[in-house]
Design a protein. Structure first.
Length: 551
């Protein structure tokens, strides 16, 4: 789970339950205090300039968790069940502009009070019909933008239309919108649901976003809610989305925000353990790689060592794949376009269970499934044969188009070398991916600066890669390709991007982990002799010992 805090503009009224007002300073504070993102309480899309918001988020490494819309109701008196059709139209038009905004920053927008309620002169049937018609209309609009529209049940003392999660789930079933869902708020549930935990489990399939606050909208841990019950239920419901603090600021907002995060951290903090596991695996894979290439007297060590953390993080954190059923429909896919790095991919696939670890001993032997470059016709877990450089992105483009036509949420990752982007086919595929708005396609560039015969600067200088990819129309994210936390953050940012493909430019070192291989083009495909093997293993063992001593 990731954790956000609600913020609003300087003009946000008292009815907006935000901890801080003023977007720029709020984003920076949330980042400094350890939050993963911010929830934007919006009155209209004009509350903040898009260029400023993007810059503040980028500078702070923050994400937008959700766009919330209660201020439309509270400050502009716009809502979908209003008896005046002109006001209903204004409400829908204003809401659609916020859907446009959500498509740029996140894939979630909520409907809380803006749905309205049963008016004095309305029947329950009339109010329900008006909201149902409006919901279907805006969901249809949002689906084209890749945005989910979430209904937030609000307690009976504030609204008289959809108060509980059960009522929200029943409404969603009737609406039949594929991009619909529930936004659970435990403050409201404390009033409306007899047993919060049971309701969360019962409606878990609908829940896409969660607001956290204690009784009386206080910071978690300041009232009487049982958060162990709440988080246990969310776990049982397989919820792994955002947890957002929508609470009163108290006398010292900064301290309340810190206290809230500290209180819930035992239930949501998993990244440290995940990162440690993936760092251990990366060290293990480096040693296995060197042992494999030495024992077989063949293979490509330099480019394999540079992408260890990238492939480990993708396979152990993000890729939804099933080793027991590698061809399962709707799976995520990874294409290793730099096919000469096949040995490290084989080490990872074997560890994941796609084939026996013992089969690694057949690497590059006649009749083996594990040849020097990946073969999709022979090897479980290989999505695309590769070797001829520059073709992987085009294959990923085709897969991404197919998944889009099937309305699948599968993501396609293409891991490329920096030398291969000298190929024109890469840029043809890049342009087409922008045309078709393939936001579920992510390229990962192993930018180690060295190719087979020398450095990129010596052979064909790449120029400013960030500007080049941005000029084509891609969302560009840069990171340290050997830092697992940075890789994780970069992939999350790519997943949040809407309407355009993303590329992660990962700065790496060819031959990483073995000093005499690092940055040297000679180790692109050089055989590891006995002396080299001994030195390399000593260095990798020493790195492991230093890591263990510091843990």
């Amino acid at each position: 789970m990731k954790v956000a805090v609600t913020i609003g503009s300087d003009q946000a009224g008292d009815s907006a339950f935000v901890v801080w007002r003023g977007f720029e300073e709020s984003i920076r504070k949330a980042a400094a205090f350890g939050y993963d993102g911010v929830e934007l309480a919006m009155r209209s899309a004009n509350d903040v300039a898009a260029c400023d918001l993007k810059r503040w988020l980028s500078e702070s490494g923050m994400e937008v968790s959700c766009i919330t819309t209660g201020r439309m109701f509270a400050e502009d008196h716009l809502y979908f069940t209003h008896p005046d059709p002109e006001i209903r139209k204004r409400a829908k038009d204003s809401y659609k502009s916020l859907i446009d905004m959500a498509s740029e920053y996140c894939n979630l927008i909520n409907i809380g009070r803006v749905r309205g309620e049963k008016g004095k002169e309305q029947s329950e049937e009339e109010a329900d019909r008006l909201f149902l018609d409006a919901y279907r209309e805006i969901c249809s609009y949002a689906e084209k933008k890749g945005v989910q529209v979430l209904i937030e049940p609000v307690n009976r003392y504030e609204m008289n239309l959809i108060n509980s999660l059960d009522q929200g789930a029943e409404f969603l079933s009737r609406a039949g919108c594929p991009n619909g869902g529930l936004h659970a708020d435990v403050f409201h549930m404390n009033i409306e649901d007899d047993r919060i935990g049971e309701s969360l489990i019962r409606n878990g399939n609908w829940i896409k976003y969660v607001h956290i606050a204690d009784s009386n909208r206080l910071a978690p841990g300041s009232g009487h809610l049982d958060f162990n019950e709440i988080f246990t239920a969310l776990k049982r419901a397989d919820y792994d989305g955002w947890i957002s603090m929508e609470m009163l600021p108290g006398n010292d907002p900064d301290e309340e925000v810190k206290k809230a995060l500290k209180y819930i951290s035992p239930w949501v903090s998993r990244n440290d353990c995940e990162e440690e596991k993936m760092e251990q695996l990366s060290r293990k894979f480096r040693k296995e790689l060197i042992q494999l290439l030495h024992s077989k007297g063949t293979g490509h060590p330099g480019g394999s060592l540079s992408c260890v953390e990238l492939l480990t993080t993708l396979y152990y954190k993000f890729l939804r794949v099933d080793p027991k059923c590698p061809d399962r429909e709707g799976r995520d896919r990874l294409i290793l376009s730099k096919g000469h790095a096949a040995p490290i991919l084989y080490c990872i696939l074997a560890e994941k269970g796609f084939f026996p670890v013992e089969e690694l001993e057949t690497f590059r032997q006649a009749g083996s499934r594990l040849q020097g470059h990946p073969c999709s016709h022979k090897t479980p877990g290989i999505e695309c044969s590769s070797g001829p450089l520059g073709l992987g992105l085009g294959a990923g483009l085709g897969m991404a188009l197919a998944e889009k036509l099937k309305k699948s949420d599968a993501r396609i990752f293409v891991v490329m070398g920096d030398g291969e982007i000298q190929e024109g086919a890469v840029w043809e595929a890049a342009s087409a991916a922008v045309k078709y708005r393939l936001d579920h396609l992510t390229a990962v560039l192993d930018f180690n600066g060295v190719q087979l015969d020398g450095t990129l600067e010596e052979i064909l200088p790449p120029g400013d890669l960030v500007k080049r990819w941005e000029a084509v129309g891609w969302n560009v994210i840069s990171c340290d390709g050997h830092s697992i936390p940075e890789i994780m953050k970069s992939v999350e940012l790519a997943k949040q991007c809407r309407q355009k493909p993303s590329i992660i430019i990962a700065k790496t070192v060819k031959g990483r982990g073995v000093s005499f291989m690092e940055g040297r083009h000679q180790w692109h495909g050089k055989v590891i002799n006995d002396e080299d093997f001994k030195r390399a293993m000593q260095e990798l063992d020493m790195e492991r010992g230093e890591q263990s001593a510091g843990e």
